[in-house]
Design a protein around this ligand. Structure first.
Ligand code: SF4
Length: 237
């Protein structure tokens, strides 16, 4: 298991829990808004932190941390992911897996073997717009398969979309239709940490009316719909 980073305490990465976040190197996508671009430049098999030291840290934090989040990069690219999840679970932590949904086989096994307690799966765009966002040729059948696995798993989950141009309100509705009946869909405001080369992707400020009209259309399609990052314009949500 290759580990590229460790955030020792986070209140925001596991719903309602205090968690440590472990970042894995490498990703099979290259989303233009990625906050973890430093990890994308790493090879999937590049080990930066010593796994034993990370495990020792987690052992020392038992009783203080509730959960561990495995994020990336794309964690399912790690050949030893399942055994690592098993090892961390053995310490008694809740486990959350962040994934872009391109590895349904690993996802299914992690859910079936009760190695994860929460899955957060990104849905980048309606399937035909994937390339515009993640700039890599992805077999979108795998994404659809992962959606089905997550929804049928019995594990807590959320699907989430970073609402970045060129996505429009119609795209968000199309995604909600792809996951119709899902427990939770989160629409995240895009934040750019790096200057964009393509000014066409600069965010057009979303107005309250625009977001509210999207929420009104999404809410009948899923059990719960939340926004993240729009608190400044939607103080009552
Ligand atoms: S899938 Fe996630 S980690 Fe990979 S490039 Fe996209 S935002 Fe970054």
């Amino acid at each position: 298991m290759n580990i590229a980073g460790l955030e020792k305490n986070s209140f925001v990465d596991y719903p309602g829990k205090m968690a440590a976040v472990i970042f894995t190197p490498g990703c099979n996508m290259n989303c233009f808004y990625c906050h973890n671009q430093i990890l994308l430049s790493k090879k999937t098999n590049e080990n930066i932190l010593n796994k034993n030291e990370v495990m020792n840290f987690l052992k020392a934090r038992k009783g203080f941390l509730d959960a561990v989040v495995i994020s990336g990069g794309e964690p399912t690219l790690q050949p030893e992911l399942l055994s690592f999840l098993e090892e961390v679970k053995g310490l008694g932590f809740l486990l959350k897996l962040d994934t872009n949904g391109t590895n349904p086989g690993i996802l299914k096994e992690a859910c079936q073997r009760n190695l994860v307690d929460y899955v957060a799966m990104d849905i980048k765009a309606p399937l035909e717009k994937y390339y515009e966002i993640c700039r890599t040729k992805i077999n979108t059948d795998l994404v659809q398969e992962s959606i089905k696995i997550v929804m049928e798993s019995g594990v807590d989950y959320e699907f989430r979309t970073t609402f970045a141009p060129p996505l429009t309100d119609e795209d968000i509705i199309a995604i909600a239709q792809m996951i119709e009946g899902a427990n939770l869909y989160v629409i995240q405001k895009v934040r750019y940490l790096y200057p964009l080369r393509d000014p066409g992707k600069n965010p057009i400020p979303h107005t309250v009316d625009y977001i509210m009209s999207i929420l009104r259309r999404v809410k009948p399609l899923v059990k719960e719909c939340k926004t993240r990052g729009y608190e400044m314009i939607l103080p009552l949500l």
